[in-house]
Design a protein around this ligand. Sequence first.
Ligand SMILES: [Cu+2]
Length: 132
Amino acid sequence: MAVSVLVACLLAGPAGCGLFGPAHGAPDPQADVIIDMGFHRFKPTDVTIHAGQIVEWRNISLVTHTITDDPALADFHADALLPPGVMPFDSGDVPAGEVFLFKFPAPGTYRYFCKHHERHGMLGTITVLPAP
Ligand SMILES: [Cu+2]
């Protein structure tokens, strides 16, 4: 996998390497919190915000990740958790260098994962407190 990424990098040139793109620029002005997606890891893993705040995930790695909170898409049911009544969400593929923004509407605990690396332990938790 790593070798094929490097080969793809050489063929595509720097712009195709994921070394450029929004994930490497200034954070989106709308974002309240930044979470980096590195090598099979969300960093920080656990984040606490308030309802209505926006999280920006930045894929600073060289591989595609997802931000997925949907029990129906999880290999292990416990890797996805939503507060009661909140709809599941899924970023879809976020390629290297790209970002994904999501506004958390309701308080509660959100446990999410990357569809490609759930089995590698790429998991995160967002604790959303009531709006101040
Ligand atoms: Cu991933």
